[in-house]
Design a protein around this ligand. Structure first.
Ligand SMILES: Nc1ncnc2c1ncn2[C@@H]1O[C@H](COP(=O)(O)OP(=O)(O)OP(=O)(O)O)[C@@H](O)[C@H]1O
Ligand SMILES: [Mg+2]
Length: 177
């Protein structure tokens, strides 16, 4: 991760280690794809809350910018607003012109979706191109005006996964959000 982010973590390490309970924070980071289950296990094996927090911070320090952003968001969403605020100044800036990763997602898209808490694709993922395109067209039709696109359907039919997929796109995000 960037030196600025790293320094910010190191500077506030003491407060973070003293106050955070790791389990919900790790759930959040695992769903963002920045922490592995075996890393989670390693943290959980520590005997005290403080040692678990220390192990999590140590693990994050060895990771990338996305992990920092995911940790920051986890703090924000899990009731540690004050601690998240301490880390705000260290949030790395990720340029929107960066290249694409292995699934064709730019780092800008990854960062924005990560910051917004948009879930990742299911591990086994069925593309629904026609529907995704239809939603993206509706978003483009808003042409800069505030508005909504409504996705409706039976419980569990895949609405949220579809909505997440529609915004997993550089031009949609840059132009509409
Ligand atoms: N395109 C897809 N490919 C693979 N699995 C999918 C896909 N869409 C949905 N699923 C599976 O179905 C589950 C439910 O999908 P999702 O949460 O999007 O439904 P929903 O319509 O938003 O449900 P709810 O009405 O409860 O909000 C997902 O967790 C995922 O496991
Ligand atoms: Mg849903």
């Amino acid at each position: 991760m960037d030196a600025k982010a790293r320094n910010c973590l190191l500077q506030h390490r003491e407060a973070l280690e003293r106050d955070i309970k790791t389990s919900y924070i790790m759930d959040h980071m695992i769903s963002n794809g920045v922490l592995t289950v075996s890393e989670e296990e390693k943290v959980k094996n520590e005997p005290t809350q403080r040692q678990r927090a220390a192990m999590l911070i140590k693990t994050i320090l060895e990771k990338d910018n996305y992990s920092y952003i995911s940790f920051y968001n986890a703090l924000l969403h899990e009731g540690y607003k004050d601690l998240a605020y301490l880390l705000h100044g260290g949030i790395p800036v990720i340029s929107s012109s960066n290249g694409k990763d292995s699934v064709g997602i730019t780092s800008y898209v990854r960062t924005v979706l990560c910051e917004g808490g948009v879930p990742q694709r299911p591990v086994v993922f069925v593309t629904r191109k026609k529907l995704v395109n239809a939603i993206q067209q509706k978003l483009f039709k808003l042409s800069g005006e505030p508005g909504w696109v409504t996705i409706y359907g039976m419980a569990g039919c895949g609405k949220s996964v579809l909505a997440a997929e529609a915004v997993r796109d550089h031009s949609v995000l840059e132009g509409k959000f």
